[in-house]
Write a protein that binds this ligand. Structure first.
Ligand code: 2AM
Length: 171
């Protein structure tokens, strides 16, 4: 059976707190993403079969997680998706390289092919309808300590994100 998988950078508790403040600051603009669901997606894989997962895990066994910090310093409103996120104006080159590597490997194995460029962000609200004005945010700086391969599924109607694998840097 296929699983819905994606690669993400997790958001630790102290940074979750900072992001909750952003949600409070923005107010009632859509459906609030629960803080335990905060993540920064590097590559969405879609439905992955067991054979595809095995092949990719072999490919990624030596995946290197670069040491870097990522400053989230602007609100983004992706109108078609109906989401508001905290994103960054300056993507670190090493982060872009990592996301492109994961996306390329996934596409080569017949998985989701991303057409849009990588724009790092943490989604704060879903179901945001219509045009909204967004202020300048207080920046949040996330350290990149860990990358996770996450499975998403529904249990009793509730969305669950379950990390299957973790890759850490040496810091
Ligand atoms: P995002 O909220 O960071 O944009 C798990 O489903 C995550 O994968 C979502 O939170 C979303 O990340 C991303 N995702 C889901 N569907 C996607 C798609 N079709 N293309 C790109 N990313 C997607």
């Amino acid at each position: 059976m296929a699983e819905r998988l994606f690669f993400a950078i997790p958001v630790g508790i102290s940074h979750q707190m900072a992001l909750i403040k952003h949600q409070t600051h923005l107010g009632d603009i859509g459906r609030v993403v629960p803080s335990t669901h905060f993540h920064l997606t590097l590559a969405f894989l879609g439905q992955v079969t067991h054979a595809q997962k095995q092949a990719l895990l072999q490919r990624w066994q030596d995946l290197t997680v670069p040491e870097l910090h990522l400053t989230l310093d602007r609100y983004l409103h992706f109108e078609r998706a109906g989401v508001v996120c905290l994103g960054c104006s300056d993507t670190p080159i090493a982060l872009n390289r990592l996301a492109q590597q994961l996306r390329r490997d996934a596409a080569r194995h017949g998985l989701h092919a991303h057409r849009a460029p990588f724009r790092p962000h943490v989604t704060l609200f879903r179901n945001v309808h219509g045009a909204i004005e967004l202020p300048e945010p207080n920046p949040v700086t996330l350290p990149l300590n860990e990358v996770q391969l996450v499975r998403s599924y529904r249990e009793m109607g509730k969305l669950v994100y379950s990390p299957l694998m973790r890759w850490r840097n040496v810091s």
